[in-house]
Design a protein around this ligand. Structure first.
Ligand SMILES: NC(=O)C1=CN([C@@H]2O[C@H](COP(=O)(O)OP(=O)(O)OC[C@H]3O[C@@H](n4cnc5c(N)ncnc54)[C@H](O)[C@@H]3O)[C@@H](O)[C@H]2O)C=CC1
Ligand SMILES: C[C@]12CC(=O)[C@H]3[C@@H](CCC4=CC(=O)CC[C@@]43C)[C@@H]1CC[C@@H]2C(=O)C=O
Length: 255
């Protein structure tokens, strides 16, 4: 299905990113796994086989992302798809009245820096390389897929930073799709609900059970493979562009 296709996946060492790398390779694609140097990205790429390579990347660094693009060019000679999965979760109330403490400004800045600025940094750099492809019969040169969260729309108590970072990803999806339309590069954002990944598994199992019960149908956490299946559909469906797609079993999170 994806023979000859080359993708870059940030946050590719874990969770949603890793499941996406597995599916793209299973469908005949080749993948550059980008993740922090401290991540298990190197082992992940080895397990994925010869059609994968790991590049240590902090998505907030211009130089790291440029290195990843250079490796992509050296190893696979082109880039068709970028999937932005790198992200961090954070939780803090705007003001803790018991401790008389305002929201930690550094935590707010870090969450925005990784989730929003990091995603933007990758998009602006990959666009140049994807734009060098010859257009297909439909005029398409490639696809950029971002990961927001349903917290962009129904942010819960403690999620001001996380929700703001993801709302930023939602907000820039349409203008960037418009910016890149003439080059035939599509931009689509997925807003996942609750998925069983290491990020989610920071929570104790009873809390996870409670969250699962709050999902109307299916009342369970999403499987990362189900996220990867949506990435596959987005790549295949050229009409999808400038859109944010919720993938959440119709969950609307409570305060
Ligand atoms: N798991 C879930 O239920 C949901 C996840 N999301 C979003 O999906 C994305 C993927 O999350 P998961 O797979 O669940 O988490 P995860 O924690 O399993 O994977 C995230 C990956 O991003 C990497 N990363 C973090 N900071 C980075 C940086 N500065 N540069 C490069 N890589 C970095 C981590 O090392 C990790 O491998 C995140 O953006 C998250 O906010 C959104 C909604 C729900
Ligand atoms: C990010 C998300 C919602 C959260 O805020 C939690 C996070 C898992 C780890 C956490 C542990 C905590 O003790 C506080 C909450 C949180 C930061 C969740 C993973 C996916 C959730 C999300 O994006 C939903 O859309």
């Amino acid at each position: 299905m994806f023979k000859g296709l080359v993708g870059i996946i940030t946050g590719g060492a874990s969770g949603l990113g890793r499941a996406t790398a597995e599916l793209l390779i299973k469908q005949g694609g080749r993948v550059i796994v980008c993740d922090l140097p401290t991540s298990p990205g190197s082992d992940t790429a080895k397990q994925l086989g010869e059609n994968a390579a790991f590049v240590p990347v902090d998505v907030t660094s211009e130089q790291d992302v440029k290195n990843a693009l250079q490796t992509t060019m050296d190893k696979f000679g082109r880039l068709d798809v970028a999937v932005n999965c790198a992200g961090i979760a954070s939780a803090c109330r705007i003001y803790n009245f018991k401790k008389n403490q305002p929201f930690d400004l550094k935590l707010f800045q870090k969450t925005i820096e990784v989730n929003l600025v990091g995603t933007f940094n990758v998009i602006r750099l990959v666009a140049g390389m994807i734009g060098k492809n010859a257009p297909d019969a439909d005029g398409q040169r490639g696809v950029i897929i971002n990961t927001a969260s349903i917290a962009a729309f129904d942010g819960q108590i403690g999620q001001a930073a996380y929700s703001a970072s993801k709302a930023g990803v939602v907000g820039m999806t349409l203008p960037i799709a418009r910016d890149l339309a003439k080059q035939g590069i599509r931009v689509v954002t997925i807003a996942p609900g609750l998925f069983r990944t290491p990020m989610m598994q920071q929570l104790p199992e009873p809390a996870i059970k409670e969250l699962e019960a709050s999902v109307p149908f299916p009342s369970r956490l999403g499987n990362p493979h189900e996220y990867a299946l949506l990435v596959q559909s987005i790549i295949q469906n050229t009409m999808l562009n400038g859109e944010v797609i919720r993938l959440d079993g119709s969950l609307r999170m409570q305060p």
